[in-house]
Design a protein around this ligand. Sequence first.
Ligand SMILES: Nc1ncnc2c1ncn2[C@@H]1O[C@H](COP(=O)(O)OP(=O)(O)O)[C@@H](O)[C@H]1O
Ligand SMILES: O=P(O)(O)OC[C@H]1O[C@](O)(COP(=O)(O)O)[C@@H](O)[C@@H]1O
Ligand SMILES: [Mg+2]
Length: 327
Amino acid sequence: MENKISKIGVFTSGGDAPGMNAAIRAVVRACTYYDKTSLGIMRGYEGMIEGDVIKLDARSVGNILQRGGTVLKSARSKEFRTPEGRKKAYDNIKKQGIDALIAIGGDGTFTGLHKFYEEFGVPSICIPGTIDNDLAGTDYTIGYDTATNTAVEAIDRIRDTALSHNRLFFIEVMGRHSGYIAINSGIAGGAAAVIIPEEETSFDDLWELLEEGGKTNKKSNLVVVAEGSKIGDAHALAKLVKERSSYFDIKVTVLGHLQRGGAPTYFDRVLASHMGVGAVEGLLQGKSDVMVGVRDRKIVYNKFDDIMSKIHEIDAESLRIAKILSI
Ligand SMILES: Nc1ncnc2c1ncn2[C@@H]1O[C@H](COP(=O)(O)OP(=O)(O)O)[C@@H](O)[C@H]1O
Ligand SMILES: O=P(O)(O)OC[C@H]1O[C@](O)(COP(=O)(O)O)[C@@H](O)[C@@H]1O
Ligand SMILES: [Mg+2]
């Protein structure tokens, strides 16, 4: 592939996600394959602003494919949100001779990269890496599958103790504005109800469901609540139930950051590998200001505006199935 690009800077940004290392490895090895130099920018936009850059080659990314977290580390950078911060970042990447960027991160990372591209015209591609799966333009984001499997494993363990004591558990899973982890860990974990921000619901709807379960002799209940729930988090919902009745013996578990760690599943490793190579090939084909995605098992590139103007909707079928099975 002939192209003017010769030095590609890669970084991870925003919330880390299992599989980011597999994506870094794929980017670096694809660079080597196409005879391009790759540099790793540490701590996302923070490292870009501070000029914290390391040399990478095919061997330096050995033995990271299977590891959680990110060897390039990640950060949420306040300074990059300012024009002054972005100018500093630009000066640094020029100094390093970086002539294209690959960011591995979520919607915030992509928004920052888009601004940077508009201001300085550096060819850039984003790889979706976030456990939230909240980006349109790809069926899955890197880390979502691993995080959901982790949540399911936790729910299974909670089920054992919930049933032993006939308890009602509110289990909060991650997803700042997204119910993906909740709906699918809820289906896979056999939840009595799933509360997600994408679906209109009320506390009364939930109450009705719990009462129905009581009438049909349900011994224990697991309610999976997405962090972004619009009717209250797991603690708030537990409090509301307690206020309404003393019938239920209630416990709350917030799964939190354990969902972000751990070895990536085979699925996330393969997804990250495809996307990493796809990002390098996209840049070399002259694509920019796009996110690489996988849709129906094919690599696709979508412009920033197309991705950000859409939400990654949860399919109606999943919502329907979750309801039928919670009976
Ligand atoms: N509107 C913005 N303008 C400039 N930079 C932004 C903007 N939004 C996000 N960023 C940068 O991207 C980083 C990562 O975004 P964040 O929302 O924290 O995580 P994620 O990329 O996982 O969604 C932020 O810390 C910030 O540096
Ligand atoms: O680790 P932090 O900074 O507390 O952020 C927590 C947030 O990060 C996430 O795990 C992932 O979101 P992002 O990928 O957008 O950063 C959210 O589910 C959660 O709300
Ligand atoms: Mg995000």
